[in-house]
Design a protein around this ligand. Structure first.
Ligand code: PLP
Length: 421
């Protein structure tokens, strides 16, 4: 397949727009190409017009084991026969909790939830309760969910609320700093004694997949210790992806609290908040976190099956090889067609755009690259059977092998030829 038609998808979209605002159930899906998928299998997606796509979006990250991973879905289907939620404990919870904590390695307690957004809020609340302080530090270009105190956009380099109706004063809780800048964090701690927490995406997958400079996360850890602040890793993307034990394992830095989501449950909706017993046990001493669907039977089954699979057949080396080759091929194909395609990041989660190939180290440098031009090119990619995000992130799964590599290289070659025609 080299060029797709989307007649049925277009018809579906028209009807969808009558039913739900913009035809989509998450604002992230408002932009970019609109395709109605029939199903996903492994690293492939199939739409209702009969087109297939090599998928490097993985549903925004969750399908690390590929779509409809049999090792996960069979367990979820079997266990769901028990029911879903009982308003009490159930027999899978301890197994999921033990496996989760053993896999993460450093944490003593876990609470399961549904989304990264809510788990981030619980982490911030715990940090405030533990320190008696109100503010937190975060870094420009990170994403910690869509709620009032964390949702931002940048206009002319200045941070602003991203949504109409958002209570802008909730952002007053935050000190925004450039990522990878230890001096800025030292200064913030020197100037403010009200910092409850530093929350960081250990790799900035929401911002050009910027990696931490050598020692940056260690310095953040050291400064949090020195100033009595809680270090929160937002591992919603990095957890179980950049290593089995997430960024904490990969970079050898242990946070006080961490938030997980996406890859931890093979595509099923589960998030987790994990941390030391001292911090987490505040949830029995005045700090509230709740949710009707938390730790449902299917959720626990999905966690157990996913983590078991990741531990028994770790896909990390294969993913690294696939992603590394793909990053190189993208650069080579771009050069061959005279298109300034640049990539940076980790093989398992990298960022593509047009423009200056030099590595970006913090959010402000994104101005040097052409993210808008690349977002338009994504329509051409989709037309050639490559499903990726307009914002540039490419996720590689355990299901991406040689067949997918050959397909994506062929299709990218055709897309670049069409782009330059
Ligand atoms: N934190 C990070 C780093 C994320 O990338 C996301 C979502 O993309 C979230 C939090 C929010 O997670 P969710 O979409 O599950 O609410």
């Amino acid at each position: 397949m080299t060029s797709t038609t989307h007649t049925r998808s277009a018809r579906f979209d028209l009807r969808a727009r009558d039913l739900t605002p913009g035809g989509v159930h998450s604002n992230v899906r408002l932009g970019g190409p609109r395709v109605c998928f029939d199903r996903g299998e492994g690293a492939w997606l199939y739409d209702i017009d009969g087109n297939d796509y090599v998928d490097y979006l993985l549903g925004q990250g969750p399908s690390l084991l590929g779509h409809a991973a049999p090792a996960v879905n069979a367990v979820v289907a079997r266990e769901a026969r028990r029911g879903s939620v009982f308003g009490s404990q159930h027999v899978l919870e301890n197994e999921a909790g033990e496996l989760f904590l053993d896999t993460v390695g450093w944490a003593e307690r876990v609470r399961f939830g549904l989304t990264g957004t809510e788990a981030d809020q619980a982490a911030l609340r715990l940090a405030r309760a533990a320190t008696g302080r109100t503010k937190f530090v975060r870094f420009e270009g990170t994403y910690h969910g869509w709620l009032d105190n964390v949702l931002v956009t940048s206009v002319d380099g200045r941070i602003r609320p991203a949504s109409a109706g958002q209570l802008a004063h909730h952002l007053d809780e935050t000190y925004f700093l450039p990522y990878n800048d230890v001096a800025a964090l030292e200064k913030a701690f020197a100037n403010h004694d009200d910092i409850a927490a530093v929350i960081v995406e250990p790799v900035m997958c929401n911002s050009a997949a910027i990696q931490p400079r050598d020692g940056f996360l260690d310095e953040v850890r050291r400064l949090c210790d020195r100033h009595g602040s809680v270090l929160i890793f937002d591992e919603v993307i990095t957890g179980f992806r950049v290593a089995l034990g997430g960024a904490a394992e990969k970079y050898g830095v242990t946070p006080d609290l961490a938030v997980y989501g996406k890859a931890m449950a093979g595509g099923w909706p589960v998030s987790a908040l994990a941390g030391s017993a001292a911090l987490m046990d505040q949830l029995t001493a005045g700090v509230v976190h709740s949710g009707t669907f938390n730790s449902s039977v299917p959720a626990c089954a999905a966690v157990i099956a996913t983590l078991t699979e990741l531990r028994q057949a770790p896909p990390y080396e294969r993913i690294e090889a696939h992603g590394g080759t793909l990053m190189r091929k993208i650069g080579e194909l771009g050069a061959a067609h005279g298109v300034p395609l640049r990539v940076q990041g980790l093989p398992v989660a990298f960022h593509a755009s047009f423009g200056d190939p030099r590595t970006i180290h913090h959010h402000a440098e994104l101005e040097a690259i052409d993210t808008a031009g690349y977002a338009k090119f994504v329509e051409v990619l989709v037309g050639h059977g490559i499903w990726v995000a307009p914002r540039g992130i490419w996720y590689v799964s355990a299901a991406h092998g040689e067949r997918e590599l050959n397909a994506v290289v062929d299709r990218l070659d055709s897309a670049l030829a069409a782009e330059t025609r």
